[in-house]
Design a protein around this ligand. Structure first.
Ligand code: HEC
Length: 211
């Protein structure tokens, strides 16, 4: 019984001693000193590592960046299809027509996404009369303006993705598939209001000019 008591107190004392030593040494990290701190338990505080894109004297190509091993296949973020991901051909030209089919399902998806992301500024039908338009926030042009009607599908996709002047970019909020669906819906809105009257006026003034 006596032995047991002694060994327990021995244990407690050694535990206290160890904690005291630990505390003293851990303090050495905070106090300023020219000497290298004694690091009993480095605990991954400092690690030997390479920083991305830095020089390497070890690897034959002189860079710490490693190439993927042969046969590796990307499962995400492989944006090779430039028409689909950027609305541009390999030569950087905007595609005239979207690389997706605008069927009923896509258009109804576009309508819903349009209602969420575009109506606050562009209005329900794209007239540029959204609810947030005010003295401090300028009205966007109507989708039925000749200039906006002339945009190719690729350009519309680009405008949604990157924004334009006062309009913010939406590439982070709207996935590629939905951006195309919105392009389809904008086309649909524009087609719903034919330009017949405008064209007649243009033709009329043209013919007047030639007379
Ligand atoms: C926060 C308000 C806002 C939202 C939301 C917004 N736009 Fe715009 N948009 C603008 C403004 C403002 C302009 C006019 C840009 C300028 O000239 O400053 C514009 C211009 C445009 C144009 C014409 C570009 C041009 O050259 O004049 C198109 C097309 C367009 N937006 C489409 C969209 C679509 C599609 C959405 C939804 C994904 C959207 N916008 C969401 C504010 C917005």
């Amino acid at each position: 019984m006596r032995m047991k008591k002694r060994s327990i107190s021995c244990l407690i004392i050694s535990f206290l001693l160890i904690s005291l030593i630990g505390t003293v040494f851990s303090c050495s990290k905070k106090t300023k000193s020219e000497k290298t701190p004694i690091h009993i338990n480095p605990n991954m505080d400092s690690q030997e590592k390479y920083k991305a894109n830095s020089k390497s004297y070890f690897f034959a190509n002189g860079s710490v960046n490693r190439m993927p091993i042969n046969g590796v296949v990307a499962t995400t973020e492989l944006f090779e299809d430039s028409e689909y991901f950027y609305g541009k051909t390999e030569d950087g030209e905007f595609v005239a027509k979207a690389p997706v089919v605008f069927d009923g399902q896509t258009l109804s998806r576009g309508e819903k996404r349009f209602a969420i992301f575009c109506t606050p500024c562009h209005g329900e039908k794209g007239d540029g009369d959204g609810t947030i338009i005010s003295e401090t926030y300028p009205a966007p042009p109507s989708y039925y303006d000749a200039k906006v009607r002339e945009y190719s599908d690729g350009q519309l996709f680009d405008i949604i993705s990157k924004g334009v002047k006062n309009m913010p970019a939406y590439d982070h909020q709207i996935p590629v598939e939905d951006r195309w669906a919105i392009v389809g819906y904008v086309n649909f809105l524009q087609d719903s209001r034919p330009v017949v009257i405008d064209t007649m006026r243009v033709e009329e003034s043209d013919s007047l000019l030639t007379k």
